[in-house]
Ligand binder design. Structure first.
Ligand SMILES: Cc1cc2nc3c(=O)[nH]c(=O)nc-3n(C[C@H](O)[C@H](O)[C@H](O)COP(=O)(O)OP(=O)(O)OC[C@H]3O[C@@H](n4cnc5c(N)ncnc54)[C@H](O)[C@@H]3O)c2cc1C
Length: 347
C-alpha cells in the first residue's frame, strides 16, 4: 500500500495548485485525475482582471489577490521551467462621459490608483474598437494558459510517481481511522473535481450552480499586447483571438450552440467593427456556486474528506490565494474566510 498524507482527486487548476502548495509545505500527495478535454480548465480563457462587470468595479478581494498574482505564477514558471503567464494590459472602453469623469476621479484615489495604467479621454486609436468616450488601460491583468500550467504540473507529479490517470471510483473509498482507496492509504482525501462534483456523494448536497460558457476563436488585425474587454473580451492568444464568453445555466454540455455563438458575435460587433474570420468555437462548464464564492473545507460529518472547488469564473485569480489558505487550514488549523467555508451551507 502506498501511504501519503493527502489524496487529491482532480487536477484542473484547483487540484494542480493545491498539490503544489501541499508539496511546498512538505506533505506527500498523490493525485488521481480523469484526463479528458472536457474540463473547465481546458476550456477557460484564463484571464485575470481586477476591474470587472458592467459597472467596472474592483473585483472581490482584489487588493489581496492581484499584487501577488503575477509573482506567484512567475515563480511557478521558474520551478516548472514552463511558460504560461502572459501579462497584458486590458483596455476597457467607457460607455459614457459620466463614466470617463468617474474614472478620472478614481485615478487620484489610493485604492484604485495601482490598477490604472492609463486613462484615455478620447478614442484610443485601436482600429475598429468602438470607444467614442475613451477608455481605461489596466495594470495587474493578462491571462494564464491553464492547459500548459496543468500539463507542466502533471509532468512533475508523474516524475515523482504521484499521479494516476483514472476516474475515481467512490465505491472503493473507505474511511475509518484513515482513508483507504484501492492501494492507497492517506490521512485525507481532498476533492478538486470541478463541475463533476454533482457525481460526488460526499459533496453533491452543496448548491453548486454550474454555468456553461462559449468561446469563439477568430483571426483579425487587433494589437496582440492588449485584451479589449467591454461586454465581451477579445484576447490575443496563441496566434489567434479568443472572444468570450456566454453564461448559460440550463444547457450544461461542452457543445458550442448556435444561440451562444450568435450572442458572442452580436456583442463583439458592438465593441469591434473590424473584419474577422472565425477559426473555431468551443464550450465548457464553470464550477460556479449559488453565492459566487468557492466551497472550501472539511465535510461536516467526515473531517478526513475535504473540498476545494467552486472557483466559478475566476479560477486563475482565486485558486493561488485560497490554495495557500486551505493548506494553512489543513496543516496548522488556520482560519478559512467565512465566505468560502463549506460550513456556511448546512447539510
Ligand atoms: C468558457 C470558459 C471561460 C472561462 N474563462 C475564465 C477566465 O478567463 N479566467 C478565469 O479565471 N477562469 C475562467 N473560467 C473558469 C475556470 O476555468 C475555472 O474557474 C477553473 O478551471 C476551475 O478549475 P477546477 O480545477 O475546479 O475544475 P476543472 O478544470 O474542471 O478540473 C477538475 C478535474 O477533476 C477531474 N475529475 C472530476 N471528477 C473526477 C473523478 N471522479 N475522478 C477523477 N478525476 C475527476 C476532471 O477530469 C478534471 O481534470 C472559464 C471557464 C469556462 C468554461
Amino acid at each position: 500500500m502506498k501511504k501519503v498524507k493527502y489524496l487529491i482527486v482532480g487536477q484542473g487548476i484547483a487540484g494542480s495548485l493545491l498539490a503544489v502548495e501541499l508539496i511546498r509545505s512538505g506533505s506527500e500527495v498523490h493525485v488521481i485525475n480523469y484526463e479528458t478535454e472536457n474540463t473547465s480548465s481546458n476550456k477557460a480563457a484564463g484571464i485575470y482582471n481586477p476591474i470587472t462587470g458592467r459597472k467596472m468595479v474592483k473585483t472581490w478581494l482584489a487588493d489581496s489577490l492581484f499584487p501577488n498574482l503575477e509573482p506567484y505564477y512567475k515563480q511557478l514558471e521558474l520551478e516548472l521551467e514552463a511558460k504560461f503567464l502572459h501579462s497584458k494590459t486590458i483596455y476597457r472602453p467607457f460607455y459614457s462621459n459620466e463614466e470617463l469623469n468617474d474614472w478620472a476621479g478614481k485615478a487620484a484615489e489610493l485604492s484604485y490608483k495601482p490598477y490604472i495604467k492609463e486613462i484615455c479621454t478620447s478614442p484610443s486609436g485601436i482600429v475598429g474598437v468602438q470607444d467614442p468616450y475613451g477608455g481605461l488601460f489596466l495594470n495587474y491583468s493578462g491571462y494564464v494558459d491553464i492547459p500548459t500550467l496543468t500539463i507542466s504540473i502533471r509532468k512533475a507529479l508523474i516524475d515523482k510517481g504521484s499521479y494516476t490517470n483514472e476516474l475515481f471510483d467512490f465505491e472503493q473509498l473507505k474511511i475509518n481511522s484513515q482513508v483507504s482507496y484501492k492501494d492507497f492509504g492517506a490521512d485525507h482525501v481532498l476533492f478538486c473535481d470541478g463541475p463533476r462534483v454533482g457525481e460526488n456523494p460526499y459533496w453533491n448536497y452543496l448548491p453548486f450552480r454550474p454555468v456553461k460558457g462559449e468561446i469563439l476563436e477568430i483571426d483579425t488585425s487587433l494589437p496582440t499586447d492588449t485584451i479589449v474587454n467591454r461586454g465581451v473580451f477579445v484576447l490575443p492568444k496563441k496566434g489567434h483571438f479568443s472572444v468570450g464568453s456566454t453564461y448559460d445555466h440550463d444547457n450544461l454540455d461542452y457543445v458550442p450552440s448556435m444561440k451562444g455563438i450568435k450572442n458572442l458575435k452580436d456583442r463583439l460587433r458592438k465593441l469591434y467593427q473590424g473584419d474577422y474570420t472565425v477559426v473555431s468555437e468551443s464550450a465548457g462548464v464553470r464550477p460556479a456556486t449559488f453565492d459566487r464564492r468557492p466551497f472550501i473545507g472539511s465535510h461536516p460529518n467526515q473531517h478526513r474528506v475535504g473540498l476545494f472547488n467552486g472557483f466559478g469564473t475566476k479560477g486563475v485569480s482565486l485558486v493561488p490565494y485560497f490554495a495557500g489558505q486551505y493548506v494553512n487550514y489543513l496543516k496548522r488549523g488556520g482560519e478559512l474566510l467565512a465566505e468560502v467555508d463549506v460550513s456556511r451551507v448546512k447539510i
